[in-house]
Write a protein that binds this ligand. Structure first.
Ligand code: KG4
Ligand code: ZN
Length: 335
């Protein structure tokens, strides 16, 4: 494998990010400009507002990533950008910029699947990690159990049939008046709560490795409404802890089952929800019983960033895949 220098670009949701990665694993820079503050007052990401902000920031962020890495565009071999899944207007900003840059500067161009990017965050964080392994991708938009047979070779073993895990966190946080994004706040409050205060349902869908979080969400919302109706004070910390425990139980159990099914002794965790402290703790506990090794990236590589996109672009390219200028954004792209 060659030490190609990759410029990664990510703009699928509310983070404008550019990064420089060498040889797929060596992080030279990772600039992330988050729009969270901008969207907070709306209680979630407003697509048109996100697109406009990406346009404003994308060139600045790219220049900063190159400067921080101590390289110029001349030193870059490959430009990789997310082309889906995500918000179409947001995706188009990063993708069009990447295409224009690679065309003008005569660089190789690789369109990257955002979910593959999340998985590759583990390659940046753990130099010793090699496929095959099972990976749980949990974010605001996705909940997938993926078998990584080899670099760039994936099998989806399970996916959510309704809400993504992060989406459930965000919706419950909103109902509790905790603001956006909900995951980090619930994570923190749950530390002070009693996880056994309420027994919310664990939706297991029989033996399937698919997930469903809408039933749990409804159950928590009904609980909140009922207490409000009779005028009983809601102990937010307890609801947070009990809700979180129900989510984490299902995520951990199914992922471990998937690893057992594949006879894999390695599990990777990726995506925004992978920074959840209870999820990490429970994975470590349960994995020990089955002699499974758990890998997760540091929080900054869990949420959306361009370094993971650069790493994915590298592995796509060394596996013979390259994109051309006709590549369009695909908001519902699958792995
Ligand atoms: O990967 P990401 O930045 O964006 C998507 O691709 O969706 O993930 C964002 C999601 C949000 O739903 C956020 O609430 C959740 O990740 N999240 C967390 C935590 N930090 C972020 N959920 C639970 N615990 C956390 N500590
Ligand atoms: Zn993401």
């Amino acid at each position: 494998r060659k030490d190609y220098v990759v410029l990664g670009i990510e703009s699928s949701c509310d983070e404008t990010s550019a990064a420089v990665v060498k040889g797929g694993r060596e992080l030279l820079s990772n600039i992330i400009s988050t729009q969270i503050e901008l969207h907070k007052k709306f209680g979630g990401v407003v697509p048109e507002v996100a697109s406009r902000k990406h346009v404003e920031l994308i060139n600045v962020v790219i220049q900063e990533a190159l400067d921080k890495a101590g390289v110029t565009l001349n030193d870059v071999d490959i430009i990789g950008a997310t082309y889906g899944p995500g918000l179409v207007g947001a995706l188009l900003v990063g993708l069009s910029t990447a295409k224009a840059l690679s065309f003008a500067a005569k660089k190789k161009f690789v369109g990257v699947n955002h979910i593959e990017g999340h998985i590759c965050a583990n390659f940046l964080a753990h130099k010793e990690l090699e496929p095959p392994f099972v990976c749980l991708v949990v974010s605001g938009g996705h909940t997938n159990i993926v078998y990584i047979e080899d670099y760039g070779k994936f099998e989806i073993m399970g996916r959510t049939r309704d809400d993504a895990a992060g989406e459930a966190y965000d919706k419950i946080a909103r109902a509790l008046g905790l603001g956006y994004p909900g995951g980090p706040v619930i994570d923190k409050l749950a530390l002070q709560g009693n996880k056994d205060a309420v027994n919310f349902p664990r939706i297991n869908l029989d033996k399937s490795l698919d997930f469903s979080f809408s039933g749990l969400k409804t159950s928590v919302l009904n609980y909140i409404n009922k207490l409000n109706m009779v005028g009983t004070k809601i102990i937010v910390e307890d609801v947070a802890a009990a809700f979180q425990e129900a989510v984490v139980d299902v995520l951990v159990d199914k992922t471990i089952n998937a690893a057992i099914l594949k006879k894999s002794k390695i599990i990777g965790i990726a995506g925004g929800v992978a920074s959840n402290s209870r999820l990490r703790e429970k994975f470590m506990e349960k994995a020990k019983i089955h002699d499974i090794q758990i890998f997760f990236p540091p929080p900054i590589l869990c949420t959306d960033n361009a370094a993971m996109i650069a790493s994915a672009a590298y592995y796509e390219y060394v596996n013979g895949r390259e994109s051309d200028m006709s590549l369009n954004a695909n908001p519902s792209l699958r792995l």
